[in-house]
Design a protein around this ligand. Sequence first.
Ligand SMILES: [Zn+2]
Length: 447
Amino acid sequence: MRLWIKDPLAVLARGAERGVVVEDGRIAELVPRGREPAAPVDRTFDAGRHVVLPGLVNTHHHFFQTLTRAHPAAINKALFPWLTALYPIWTRGMNPEAFRQATRLALTELMLSGCTCASDHQYFFPRGIEDAMDVQAEEAARVGIRMTLTRGSMNLSEKDGGLPPDAAVQDEDAILADCERVLGRYHDRAEGAMLQVALAPCAPFTVTRRLMTESVDMAERHDCRLHTHLGETLDEDAFCLERYGMRPVDYLEDVGWMNPRVWLAHGIHFNDDEVRRLGRARVGICHCPTSNMVLASGRCRTRDLEAAGSPIGLGVDGSASNDNSNLMESVRHALMLNRLTYGATSVTHFDAFRWATEGSSRCLGREDIGSVAPGKQADLALYDLDELRFSGAGDPLAALVLCGAHRADRVMVKGAWTVEDGRPLTIDVEKLRREHGAAAKAFLARL
Ligand SMILES: [Zn+2]
């Protein structure tokens, strides 16, 4: 079936003024101004109301945190006190039903904002949700979104000098055994994969050195990506200096993670030499502008890192520090925050789009998604400009960012529509809101 997405208001691609032809889950051709598709089409979708983007790609999240948004114990705090306020709540409250609802809700929220490929840094495996990665694989299939299952881990608790409580961590053997199992079951390295797996020890202050080195070895064996939090706060610098006798980037190098398989969440507190070294090693950085502003963690040196050679991706971060899962909103925040850092002419909406699409795809190690080009997977997000906030807008692509688009009217994953008229085809939104709300209430009542 050849589908022509015809005559959009604008499209984030060169030579596609008359739209895009989709066939067999891929983008078959771009139709330039004044031309028709090269071969006959079976169907036409009139995109005259729509601005077309490549599907957005989210490279950092913690889905389970949708259960503790705007939690009274955690609001108005910086990262370490924020974490120590929430760890006991997450540990005591988590249960299989709440975890499943949180996953479904976060994936649906992401998709409605225009995201077609998500990763979730799932580092939390308290008793009862040891099968968290299986739940996430099932829910991604239900929602109809691509996912990099990011098997996180914590094994350094308070009793060993780490930050999380003892009940929040797993032992190293259990972690490594589940990583092997999840890689064997879900890691699809083929073009167009709907599921891939990455390994993701949580942060320097929550995992041991040995788990970091074992994870690199396993990633090499299975050819998968590696992810962790790094350079988020100055507290982390102090922790690393005290425990490891070195700064976080030196520690990263020491455990073998200065490696192009790696993408880091946040990546804020790097000096010039560290930026150069990370860039030379092609280590990716997931910029999380919303979370960085909420927790006042600092500003990522996106342009410097990119110039040094690092891919820059975009992430919403967990829903207790954002507190939503709207990736399009993060595109806007990325533009605004980086303008504050680099000036009004140095960062444009094209930079913010690039981070959320091509940059994020590079962080996840994928070449088959992230742009509207022949041969790429047909993952698209279509936004209309019909809301009041867009009335009077001139440049349609700039308007998405400057006027604050927050909801895709249509979303396509692998050539199939998953959202139409702003509603997911796979999920009953009202029912999800009810069930997730009830699960969150029950979760908090367990405390
Ligand atoms: Zn995070």
